[in-house]
Design a protein around this ligand. Sequence first.
Ligand SMILES: NCc1[nH]cc(CCC(=O)O)c1CC(=O)O
Length: 658
Amino acid sequence: MISGASAERADALGLSGRRILVPRGGAAGERWAQAVRERGGEPVVAALTETAAPQDPGPLTAAVERWNRGQYDWLVVTSANGAHAVADAGARPAAAAGAARVAAVGPATAEALRERGFAVALQPEHDFSAVGIAAALIDVIGDRAPRSQRLLLPLSEIASTELEEALLRAGHAPERIAAYRTVPAPRDAAQEARIAAGGVDAILVLSGSGAAELARRFGPAGGNGLPGGAMLAAIGAPTARALADHGLRADVVAARHTVDGLLDALAEHIADPGSRGSAREGSRSTPRIAPRSGARTSATAGTPGTEAAPEAATKAAPDAAPAIDPAPPRRTRSMMPPTVRPRRLRTTPAMRRLVAETRVHPAELILPAFVREGISEPRAIGSMPGVLQHTLDSLRRAAADAAEAGVGGIMLFGVPAVRDAHGSAADDPEGILNLATRAVVSEAGDALVVQTDLCLDEFTDHGHCGVLDARGAVANDATLDRYRAMAVAQADAGSALLGLSGMMDGQVAAVREALDEAGHQDTAVLGYSAKYASAFYGPFREAVDSQLTGDRRSYQQDPANRREGLREAELDVAEGADIVMVKPAMSYLDVLADVAATSPVPVWAYQVSGEAAMIEAAAANGWIDRRRAIEESVVSIKRAGADAVLSYFAVELAGWIR
Ligand SMILES: NCc1[nH]cc(CCC(=O)O)c1CC(=O)O
């Protein structure tokens, strides 16, 4: 289908710079989006349709029971949805009777089946459609011989009858079951308006129902209006005909009904609008609003659509030439060129810089730093490349470097030589964290806001953030007494801002009261308000040589909870927190945005150790661009609402953006 030269063009960057509407959500949408990205395009995921359980699940359940009892010879699956539907209904990979086999319409379906534990015995070689799988099956099971086969066909409610008809004609006993249905996806008015205003360059149309929904939302009859100039790329001829039924014309019709087939055809069309991958040739006689009978398939083999869109395999007559040539060819674009062009503001680096909504400034970055008692040389931390366990001396130098780079603050964590059940070293004026605080304040206290982690986990021999009761549970109120003592010791040492990271109830009020009683009215309190029990603290635990076994789920928040994050922040503000924080950052940007929307005090976020480690590890593998990923991650945290960000990259990033 695709000539050598244009195949090469269509290759890696064939969609470069193009925004492509992906009309599916979920895992399928992500697969399409990834394939668009691999070709240099920018996917815009806007689900038009989604799958739902059939109106009446009874027949599917009964059929799956029969399958499990070994009453079929074949399970014939024509879409990934079908595979998931039967698996979800309880179909066992190997039927009890043993001899049953599984056929898949194409590679994506086969992959879904394998994912669910089914071995795939048969798959068409080229034609991933109802016609293709019928032919492949009949090849193997023959015409009636040796005996009529029982085949279970779990299909979409509106799938065509092609497959069962072909099997019936060959003398077999197909049993069609409605396994799922395709329904309109929830709508997003703002996104639709952006799309209509020229937000995409091309739209993928993957099924007849997708075409119908596209027309309903953007089509000629009362929708938002299709984005001017957007190309329509149909997965196959039936889908192109469905578009025509709604007064829309496919610019591209894929000959191979797969992700690659469609995106290659689109890339080929972009590279050469007159090429065979485009529908121009096939629809020369087709007006923009094509009567159904006038639509012609372009270079397609068989009746396609099944692999990506089983319901699209309609009973249309393929390649039926129109009786009367309805209209002269249209060489002009079918839609008006856009007048609204958001890309104008992206044309040059200077323009992009001028219109950037979010900026990161060094003063809004805080460097977390570790100091370890009893070492004479700084030590590397395996899971945190570039981060050290400092000696007092090297910490002083690191603070001076941070001040020099213009960062706003430094957050100190201490790693003591000796631990006990109460974390005695935490409030000992000669404890490592308090010593380090004095050292850093004298070195750089004018240039940097010197801050201290107020928590017991680095100091206890059991590694928990509080003291334990007789049964080994973390005792909230007894811990508050320890926090009061720590607060006074840290303020005495010169800490300007206490970072309360222990997640005990009432900790902000307790610490505020203790500070005020001790005459430290001017020492500020940072509530780690919405702190989640996160896997992303992993490398930190190495950094502080944590003694923890088990987890912190009885005091840190459940990652499933969003509302609770806002509540914790509100409580901390009410208790007198001067600043509140959300932590980790990247997986909790929704919580951060919620808190930022209502907080009367500054809102910070902590890009934690695991977030940094992910970037380092991927960059070390050459999988992402390290600097861009760091810049993007921090600007995203600010965009979501953070006024300042704790980041292990603070000094390096400050150097880049100065
Ligand atoms: N003292 C508790 C504390 N303060 C900051 C972090 C994690 C920071 C990071 O992962 O970078 C932790 C660890 C925890 O809650 O287990």
